[in-house]
Ligand binder design. Structure first.
Ligand code: SF4
Length: 395
């Protein structure tokens, strides 16, 4: 009997008001121990729910205001465009009520596109080479947190939009995934990797079900009594009325680690966002760049080490091809945007383009590569990790 599924036990679902109240209780319990709070906001559904909810609770006196509240908007430069547009509006609303918002971005040389197209580092993949989340999301946030810590002179309470649904209440084990099952890439990582000496982290909507998130964004938060927020545009960006069914994962447009560009596929099906369709070519572009003909390979004779004939950086020709494609995509979208009186995208700024071209001029290669290595599709003798060589039978 013990292991049998209980039909009636544990099935009572939390109501919206209970979810909100549990959030309030967690802020009342853990908030007062810190004078300064900070919200890590990605612009996605979960962290936008957290942000608008917390600000509403503070401004209506449901939760005592901390001495300072800093909102840190994580901008990867590849946010899903409709979400980015919605975030800009919410930022305006926050500033109007006197809340400090900082846009947190990786430095020019470490952004997703400049790193790939300028330095020649291959796009990240799921297996051995995942550099992006840390570099474009976590490290910039850490850096900003360090600045905040030194300004305030004490530990900050970092609030994150990590959400595990109702099981979080029953199950104390919090699994920190990055971008699984409708989560936002990076959210769990903020919770897990922010340094203890700078901040304590709290996830006040950990127990929220996804349907409550939509309910809040679409119907509650836009009402004047809950803050009059422009959050309905976020639900719209996830697919409008069908958003509840979709539970889409969001992250960078064209994320090479996601199986599909699901969120982009969904929005471009809607007539008002269909002009963004050229962005769908980004994901295949990153895949193309990982092919051997677009990369260099060590011959195996250069250095010690196990992986003697590893594939490496992008050739200059591949970087040029990819930059042209990115600029063409941007141009196509923006020409349509102007014609349709819709917002324009900015995935490659003039400054970023100039930086990339400067890297080419300076012949920049990743560490331990010179650019003189052969391309990875060149036939060569096989060099094993112990140094033994098996010559090619045929050239
Ligand atoms: S969404 Fe994808 S590309 Fe962007 S940081 Fe996360 S894993 Fe990397």
């Amino acid at each position: 009997m013990k292991n049998q599924y209980q039909i009636f036990e544990g099935t009572k679902r939390l109501q919206m008001t209970e979810s909100i109240d549990l959030t309030r209780q967690s802020l009342l319990a853990y908030g007062p121990s810190h004078k300064h709070w900070c919200i890590a906001w990605s612009g996605g559904k979960d962290s936008s729910t957290l942000l608008t909810l917390v600000v509403w609770m503070i401004s209506t006196g449901k939760v005592p205001a901390p001495e300072s509240l800093t909102v840190m908007y994580a901008d990867t430069r590849l946010e899903l465009s409709p979400l980015w547009f919605a975030a800009q509006e919410i930022m305006e609303e926050l500033r109007e009520i006197g809340i400090e918002v900082k846009t947190v971005m990786a430095p020019l040389e470490k952004r997703f596109m400049t790193y790939i197209l300028g330095r020649g580092v291959p796009p990240p993949n799921n297996n051995t080479f995942r550099w992006c989340t840390r570099q474009i999301k976590i490290d910039p946030m850490k850096h900003e947190l360090e600045k905040l810590f030194s300004e305030k002179g004490e530990k900050v309470l970092m609030l994150t939009g990590v959400r595990q649904g109702e099981s979080a209440i029953r199950d104390q084990r919090i699994v920190m995934s990055c971008g699984k099952d409708g989560a936002e890439c990076g959210q769990g990582w903020y919770q897990e990797t922010m340094p203890d000496q700078l901040c304590d982290t709290l996830a006040p909507i950990l127990h929220w079900r996804v349907c409550h998130v939509w309910e809040w964004l679409k119907h509650w938060a836009p009402l004047p009594e809950y803050g009059d927020w422009s959050t309905a545009a976020i639900a719209d960006a996830y697919g409008g009325d069908e958003a509840e069914e979709i539970n889409a994962r969001t992250g960078c447009t064209g994320c090479p680690l996601a199986q599909k560009d699901g969120a982009l596929d969904t929005v471009t099906k809607m007539p008002r966002w269909s002009y963004l369709a050229p962005l769908k070519r980004l994901k295949p572009l990153w895949r193309e760049l990982r092919k051997p003909e677009n990369r260099l390979r060590k011959t195996g004779m250069e250095e010690e080490g196990k992986n003697k004939q590893r594939m490496g950086p992008l050739t200059m020709a591949a970087r040029q091809m990819a930059l042209n494609e990115v600029l063409t995509i941007q141009q196509e979208v923006n020409t349509a945007a102007v014609a349709l009186a819709r917002p324009k995208i900015d995935i490659m700024s003039k400054e970023e383009e100039a930086f990339i071209r400067q890297c080419w001029e300076n012949n920049i290669w990743p560490n331990k590569w010179t650019g003189d290595e052969p391309t990875a599709d060149t036939l060569m003798d096989i060099v094993y990790s112990d140094g033994s060589i098996q010559p090619l039978l045929f050239y």
